[in-house]
Design a protein around this ligand. Sequence first.
Ligand SMILES: Cc1cc2nc3c(=O)[nH]c(=O)nc-3n(C[C@H](O)[C@H](O)[C@H](O)COP(=O)(O)OP(=O)(O)OC[C@H]3O[C@@H](n4cnc5c(N)ncnc54)[C@H](O)[C@@H]3O)c2cc1C
Length: 382
Amino acid sequence: MEHYQDIRDAVAKLCSRFPGEYWRALDRDMAYPREFVEALTEAGWLSILIPEEYGGSGLPLSAAAAVLEEIQRAGCNGGACHAQMYTMGTLLRHGSEAQKQRYLPKIASGELRLQAFGVTEPTSGTDTGALKTTARLDGDHFVVKGQKIWTSRAEHSDLMLLLARTTPLADGMRKTDGLSVIIVDMREALGNGLTIRPIRTMMNHATTEVFFDDLRVPAENLIGEEGKGFRYILSGMNAERILIASECVGDAKWFIEKTSAYARERHVFGRAIGMNQGIQFPIARAYANMRAAELMVREALALYEAGKNPGAEANMAKMLAADASNEAANVCIQTHGGFGFAEEYDVERKFRETRLYQVAPISTNLILSFLSEHVLGLPRSY
Ligand SMILES: Cc1cc2nc3c(=O)[nH]c(=O)nc-3n(C[C@H](O)[C@H](O)[C@H](O)COP(=O)(O)OP(=O)(O)OC[C@H]3O[C@@H](n4cnc5c(N)ncnc54)[C@H](O)[C@@H]3O)c2cc1C
């Protein structure tokens, strides 16, 4: 599989313009890395999945994975803008030609940002089929009513991919049927039925809750067929999981490099702490686990690019990579002793940032449950 070294080098070079001081200042104020996202957009890195005829580079998912991995490896945070990459497939695969013509060239040029993805709701959680937000057809508009939570980057996006119920649940209907994906143009919607409220979290992630109060959205913004939205979202999930896994591999590499450097330099009892096997072994183990996770990411990418449905591999890649980055983060903070907790080392910030991926966009338990049921043939547990 192509490694995209040229892309990796160029992304790393761009990221070097955004060092730890930049992220620390934003983190203190919970501010959005606008300059960073603009630089990535201008360089074309966020549109590499968009086909060339719509102004993108038309590269495969492994190129997007390389971009996101390098961002994290450089100590930056792709969480500010990764959604454009993983929601893109829904529009590319299921959007009409007119929708692609309307949105993709502007997304590729940076004029429009597609960074918000409204699936999770406060009362339904992981049980997506139980979501309550409705979109009722009224003439040539949908009228949207309900609430989403954890809609990240909503304040920094022009478009939102929204999953809402368009057909009321009836007896005998599967609860994942009757859901549809709709593009919401938030520039028109804000103040006209759409309200966004930021949520402060343990890391700087620009996440929000959004409220729909009879918001009118043109019916032509429906993606694909009415009622098939859950399937469209599911079909994009392999890409999402693989891309998040790549970010976690990048994080793990950042932690391991940072830890090894510190263990070589820090002297206690007159010698480098890295001479102690009690310090070395956890780093070596974290490295081995990161490499194993990286192999699973490659396996998932290879299957994805061969047109297969790598549900198991994408989920395993996400879980193993999130575990590897979490382990490496823990080792990094431990190796740094007290300095691991000091802002200026960036370790505590990255530690908080990578912790998210044990829970979002899918929590580890749900991955284990998927593997148990769909790979191992164990009884369904919920
Ligand atoms: C910072 C942040 C950003 C996010 N960004 C977005 C976004 O942009 N768009 C979006 O739509 N969502 C987003 N999410 C939501 C995220 O995808 C969910 O938080 C995640 O899927 C878990 O859902 P939940 O929080 O409702 O947990 P719940 O579903 O309430 O689960 C709580 C816990 O119970 C466990 N659990 C639940 N059911 C079972 C079961 N059957 N078996 C075993 N364990 C179970 C889960 O694993 C979890 O540990 C974001 C979340 C965060 C924190």
